[in-house]
Design a protein. Structure first.
Length: 200
């Protein structure tokens, strides 16, 4: 959903109009709503802000904080950005609670991230406190352990000599480091890796 906010300049010559028509016939698309070229004195800042928000949401879900930052980057006044985002929250096109729940599900399923890692990502998107905790409550300790075990089994490499403690220690460190990058704590990671190695 995009709207055009192009307004003819006052006093434009007939030659300029002809050139404009020629340019369009040659495939010139004109300024994209919400782009730097669209930031003309004639453009209504509210319309520009709405166009930017809709364009961002059409590409991927966004938190209010992300949209707010994008609006300010595009030169939208703070007061206008707040008013437009307030309105989109009223009609639920911007919904941080739903965004947070969706983000938790997606990152857990596609990246097998632990809650601590997802919580950091949510904070980067401006979602903290009860909103973040409510979304993270979708993941239980059992869910996390199952995900960590699956990760370890996928990354497990057969040891040339299972009885060699040096080789085993290297395997343990590698797997624990992998889990740490996903946000799993050291004690849980060591316990999971040890259990899986002992069971094989």
């Amino acid at each position: 959903m995009q709207e055009s906010f192009e307004t003819p300049l006052p006093g434009a010559s007939s030659r300029g109009a002809r050139e404009g028509r020629t340019s369009r016939r040659r495939g010139s698309a004109g300024p994209t709503p919400g782009s730097a070229a669209d930031q003309t004195p004639e453009a209504d800042p509210h319309e520009v802000a709405r166009s930017i928000v809709l364009r961002q949401l059409s590409m991927a879900p966004r938190s209010r904080h992300q949209l707010h930052v994008k609006l300010l980057e595009r030169g939208v006044p703070e007061e206008v950005a707040v008013q437009v985002l307030d309105r989109y929250e009223e009609v639920q096109l911007v919904d941080d609670a739903e965004f947070a729940r969706m983000w938790v599900r997606s990152r857990a399923q596609t990246r097998s991230l632990a809650r601590s890692a997802i919580k950091r990502e949510l904070a980067e998107k401006g979602i903290t406190g009860d909103l973040a905790e409510d979304a993270l409550s979708q993941r239980t300790d059992e869910d996390e352990r199952d995900a960590a075990e699956q990760l370890v089994r996928r990354k497990l490499r057969p040891l040339a000599d299972p009885s060699d403690p040096v080789e085993r220690d290297k395997q343990v460190r590698r797997l624990v480091s992998m889990l740490a990058r996903k946000g799993y704590g050291p004690s849980v990671s060591f316990a999971i890796v040890k259990d899986i190695l002992d069971s094989d």
